[in-house]
Design a protein around this ligand. Sequence first.
Ligand SMILES: O=C(O)c1ccccc1NCC(=O)[C@H](O)[C@H](O)COP(=O)(O)O
Length: 263
Amino acid sequence: MANKLDEICATKRDEVAARKLSYPSGRRPDWADPSPVRGFEAALRTKAEGGFALIAEIKKASPSKGLIRADFDPAAHAAAYQAGGAACLSVLTDAPYFQGHEDYLIAARAACALPVIRKDFMVDPWQCAEARAMGADAILIIVAALEDVAMVEIEAAAREHDLDVLVEVHDEAEMERALTRLQSKLIGVNNRNLKTFEVDLATTERLAGMVPEDVLLVCESGISSHADCVRMAQSGVRTFLVGESLMRQADVAAATHLLLNGA
Ligand SMILES: O=C(O)c1ccccc1NCC(=O)[C@H](O)[C@H](O)COP(=O)(O)O
């Protein structure tokens, strides 16, 4: 296997093939009909106008850090993130590598009024139908994981299901592909290299200048303090995706407020 991202995507393809056979429509039989979409990108844009906008991530474990939160309670974390001032939630649904689950997204979304992105490895347009059926308001496209044709098809499927799309890049070539091949105006720079797990906030600083004015730029991974947000703001970034540093806190609501406001 070439690298961890390739390995994760290969596992995901097998998983999706099996799921498609057991519920072809994308709706698992035990899922209730989801409530209408909550505007994910709109919520971020509104918050970013008056300060920092946060996508707060519900993340139990990760390939790079192992178990992050032993007393994991997605509904309680969702309510705490909302109380602390988050604009949106991100919920990891990948089980093999992140100990995630679709039920965590369903529980988190039911416990708050925030829009939710399904954080998973999208390798097939069918996963968009599945994401909406479980209640997601947005999906992630990782440019490093997909050929151009595949990411265009997944974005089109997301639009068909009224899902917003966060397009994730890590270097200049991926940013160029995102800007020229895809239509979404929501682009995240992941400071984590998903092939090596190295994290460097300078990645966002390097790529921020490539982003046109109508694109909302999201700084992802490795943010652990208000000072980090202030540093990124010097490059024009006001929107952040944060997981581990908040998930490790005893008082998640207070930590979220502190991250956003500095006091
Ligand atoms: O987090 C990992 O170890 C990881 C490994 C391989 C692929 C993706 C991975 N993480 C996904 C993310 O990008 C982060 O969960 C997200 O940006 C939040 O990052 P952090 O605040 O550093 O938890």
